[in-house]
Write a protein that binds this ligand. Structure first.
Ligand code: AMP
Ligand code: MG
Length: 427
């Protein structure tokens, strides 16, 4: 692999001391490629997995020409242009029970949605506009040839890709797989991610909280986000700010994972040995991202056994709990999607909302405030969740969106439009 640091420094706008969010994401994504290896799984187990090969349709969907509505199957050529037409009812076509005969001149077949179109028919008239008189049906003028029909192969054609490789299988895709009568698909293996927290002040659940200590929450938020992304998480616990312990942890993590995520120990004023160690065990860039929260970050590769051994990607996130989550969503999530084989990796969409409170903001960095959305007179509005400190995890828990204040943006006045990103999507 070409040197990471060399690759970065070739970019003319590369400034590790003030890297815009989008640029950092681009640099990261530019280096990653999907994990190799796949497995075959049953259709239900494929939910939220990433397809490794196109699903080729073995059949046409729909398999037959059929009716899109409840009504009457007729021959368009029989219908008068400007007057009612009286046709003879010769039978019925229900979904799953076809009309066997052929429809001749002056004849019609009662048809239900999904019913196979009888031979000779090229038009379905919805039942609501027709009138039945004994064994006749009266069709009003104004019909169109081919109306209310679904043609065989209209959705999917036999032999053609129905779902492309690189697609994450949501309920819609699971339904398509089932609609093709396919029971198993090939998916990429899960991305393996090792996580550990660093810091002498960290205390684990079950231990009494000593003076000056904090419970380790980052490993839990990271576990939650990674699990939701479908990763296999290797939780390595808390590692003390001790060079030997950290080196052992990095070696172990690099041997069993595709990516390592650490929290803490990358900010200015931290014990320098963490940086030295990361640099010594691989190739790592230390960045100050032009963002708040989440400014310091390390990114690179840990390859303790040399550059020709696989090793793992490293994301050294800051320690503050909100910074961890914001940096995760901005950089780690797209990186994991890329490693998982999702194609294309799209940015999280945003939409404008009216901010009902003023907010401070400095130019030259992107800020991710936490907000609560609500509707007022049909308009989407947002207000920040109280205190926005990067250690206030409650600001994340209370929020349902990020208020994204762009790099060049100045302060926000009450009533200004801001961009928001939803934290939740559809299931
Ligand atoms: P650091 O980046 O190591 O200087 O940590 C910054 C702040 O985040 C400190 O106040 C830490 O106590 C806090 N912090 C670091 N790691 C964790 C963690 N795993 N869980 C909760 N808080 C943390
Ligand atoms: Mg620390």
């Amino acid at each position: 692999m070409t040197s990471i640091l060399q690759a970065f420094s070739c970019a003319d706008d590369y400034d590790p001391n003030s890297l815009p969010v989008d640029r950092a994401r681009e640099l990261i994504l530019g280096l990653l490629s999907p994990v190799t290896g796949h497995e075959r799984v049953f259709v239900r187990q494929a939910l939220d997995r990433v397809l490794s090969d196109d699903v080729i349709s073995p059949i046409d969907v729909p398999a037959h020409d059929n009716s899109a509505m409840d009504g009457w199957a007729v021959r368009f050529g029989d219908l008068a242009t400007n007057a009612e037409t009286r046709l003879k009812n010769i039978g019925t076509a229900f979904a799953g029970r076809a009309f066997e005969g052929k429809v001749g001149a002056g004849e019609a077949v009662r048809i239900m949605t999904g019913g196979v179109l009888p031979q000779g028919v090229d038009c379905v008239v919805i039942q609501e506009v027709t009138q039945v008189e004994g064994d006749a049906v009266i069709i009003p003028p104004g019909q169109r040839q081919g109306q209310n029909l679904r043609r065989a192969g209209e959705d999917l054609q036999a032999g053609r890709p129905a779902i492309p490789a690189g697609r994450k299988l949501r309920p819609a895709e699971i339904g398509i797989v089932a609609s093709l009568g396919i029971g198993e698909v090939s998916v990429r293996r899960r991305v393996r991610v090792a996580i550990f927290s660093t810091g002498d002040e960290l205390c684990s659940i079950g231990m009494p909280l000593a003076e000056g200590a904090v419970y380790d929450s980052n490993r839990y938020t990271l576990w939650g986000m990674l699990t939701r992304l479908g990763c296999e998480v290797i939780d390595m616990g808390v590692v003390r700010d001790d060079p030997a312990a950290l080196e052992a942890a990095f070696r172990e993590a690099a041997a069993c994972s595709d990516a390592i995520i650490t929290s803490g120990g990358v900010s200015v004023g931290e014990a320098d040995f963490i940086k030295q160690l990361m640099a010594q065990l691989g190739e790592v860039a230390f960045w100050k991202i032009a963002m708040k929260p989440g400014r310091p970050m390390a990114f690179g590769r840990i390859q303790p056994d040399g550059a020709d051994r696989p090793g793992a990607w490293l994301f050294g996130l800051p320690g503050n709990p909100v910074a961890v989550m914001v940096a995760f969503y901005q950089f780690v999530q797209p990186a994991i999607l890329k490693l998982a084989g999702i194609e294309p990796v799209k940015p999280v969409p945003g939409f404008p909302a009216r901010c009902v409170e003023p907010m401070k903001k400095g130019r030259g960095r992107t800020e991710f405030q936490r907000g609560i959305l609500f509707q007022e007179n049909g308009e989407w509005c947002v207000r920040p969740t109280g205190a926005q400190g990067s250690g206030v995890l409650r600001s994340m828990a209370d929020a349902d969106c990020f208020i994204v204040l762009e790099h060049e943006r100045d302060k926000v006045a009450a009533g200004d439009t801001v961009m928001v990103q939803l934290m939740n999507g559809l299931v």
